[in-house]
Design a protein around this ligand. Structure first.
Ligand SMILES: Nc1nc2c(ncn2[C@@H]2O[C@H](COP(=O)(O)OP(=O)(O)OP(=O)(O)O)[C@@H](O)[C@H]2O)c(=O)[nH]1
Ligand SMILES: [Mg+2]
Length: 231
């Protein structure tokens, strides 16, 4: 289990935490279970906002795991019902962050096990590949499939990624059943450089109350421009 506290919500890449040393981002289609995975890995019911309705996470939400070490909950992509302008803005924000953050150590890509490797997932993987940063896939909602079909889906995704030339690790995960926790936590800790028995964790978790959500400034179309400046 990771100990984390909410740190800040960010609407523009220029507002990223200044003390950051290492970040692990959670990306994936809208409703895939990103926020749920963060809550589960941090053993917290409402750290990140979860919703039955897609498009719930609209900002970059930073959760502090240790001094200068963050998990980043990204807005989901592919939420067709969102207005076009908003979709573009989210893409700019996600793309700007993923391309521009020098502290990003790795990407956790969440895919619903029943709908893995959609076109948008492939686009993200292709787009992120030149960064050379590692990707770890969580096949979420694995509780929705019986053991055999889940295993088949896992093998299928691994094979497809390998055949496409991606060196990406893949695992089964369920927030509902708390399945796959240790493996995911191990990957994230290694990327963040936060070993399991880290004395700094006590400070990050228990003693400090999560801060209230920082009100985001009115969102314009500037995130894309910020990205261009950064890349
Ligand atoms: N059965 C099952 N449902 C899950 C699991 N993880 C998430 N869900 C459900 O899926 C829905 C979406 O979960 P979220 O965690 O909000 O998804 P998200 O990827 O953060 O969504 P956006 O912020 O909209 O991009 C919610 O109704 C969750 O309860 C899981 O492991 N098993
Ligand atoms: Mg979310």
């Amino acid at each position: 289990m990771l100990n984390a506290a909410f740190h800040v919500s960010v609407a523009h890449v220029r507002e990223l935490p200044r003390d950051s040393l290492a970040e692990v981002a959670f990306a994936g289609r809208s409703n895939a279970g990103k926020s749920s995975a963060i809550n589960t890995l941090c053993n917290h019911r409402r750290l990140a906002f979860v919703s039955k309705l897609p498009g719930r996470t609209q900002l970059l939400n930073f959760f502090r795991v240790a001094e200068g070490r963050y998990l980043v909950d990204l807005p989901g992509y592919g939420f067709a019902k969102a207005p076009k302008a908003q979709q573009m803005q989210w893409q700019d924000l996600i793309g700007g962050y993923l391309a521009g953050s020098s502290h990003l150590r790795g990407l956790v890509l969440i895919m619903d096990i029943r709908h893995p490797l959609t076109e948008l997932d492939w686009s993200l993987l292709e787009w992120f590949r030149p960064s050379g940063k590692p990707v770890h896939v969580l096949l979420s909602k694995s509780d929705k499939l019986a053991r055999g079909p889940a295993r088949q889906a896992l093998d299928g995704v691994r094979t497809s990624l390998r055949e496409a030339g991606f060196q990406v690790s893949v695992q089964l995960f369920s927030s509902l059943k708390r399945m796959g926790m240790d493996e995911a936590e191990g990957v994230i800790r290694a990327w963040l450089g936060v070993p399991k028995k880290n004395p700094a964790e006590g400070e990050a978790a228990g003693t400090k109350q999560p801060q209230p959500c920082v009100k985001a400034p009115a969102q314009g179309g500037e995130a894309g421009d910020e990205w261009k400046q950064l890349v």
